[in-house]
Ligand binder design. Sequence first.
Ligand code: HEM
Length: 130
Amino acid sequence: MTPTDLVFQSYGRCCRNDEFFVDFYDFFMSSSDAIRNRFVDTDMSAQRHLLRNGVMQIILVARGMSDRKLKDLGQSHNRHNYNIQPEWYGLWEEALLKTVRVHDPEYTPELREAWREVLKPGIDLIRGAY
Ligand code: HEM
């Protein structure tokens, strides 16, 4: 199986439980006060749904789909809009990998590497639009 197949299936297992996104934001917001502050006025229930779709977009782009929607995310997160600091994306990735480890019963260190490989182009695109 290719890394994108492994990750696609892993994400399917993770998404069976809505707690995946609750835990992701708990881990992500615990990683820094600056991050937590960015979400003080956010409707987190809506945000969890948006993220569910955003991660799927990253996986689909790694599988060859158009990156138009990721470019829109790059724009909303850039210095003129949410002003998301480039160094925060490492915390985002760590929080996501930790949540996969907790939620995917088939997690292995190799699967973690597949996730890192698949996430990289999408994260680079969004962060690179800063
Ligand atoms: C909003 C995805 C990284 C903070 C959003 C939305 C999506 C999304 C889908 C909603 C659509 C939009 O408003 O454009 C992602 C993905 C990321 C990422 C896929 C990683 C590649 C980050 C990071 C931060 C962040 C590192 C740092 C704090 C926010 C904020 C909002 C947002 C503050 C708006 C929340 C609100 O409406 O109140 N993100 N994001 N995101 N994201 Fe991200």
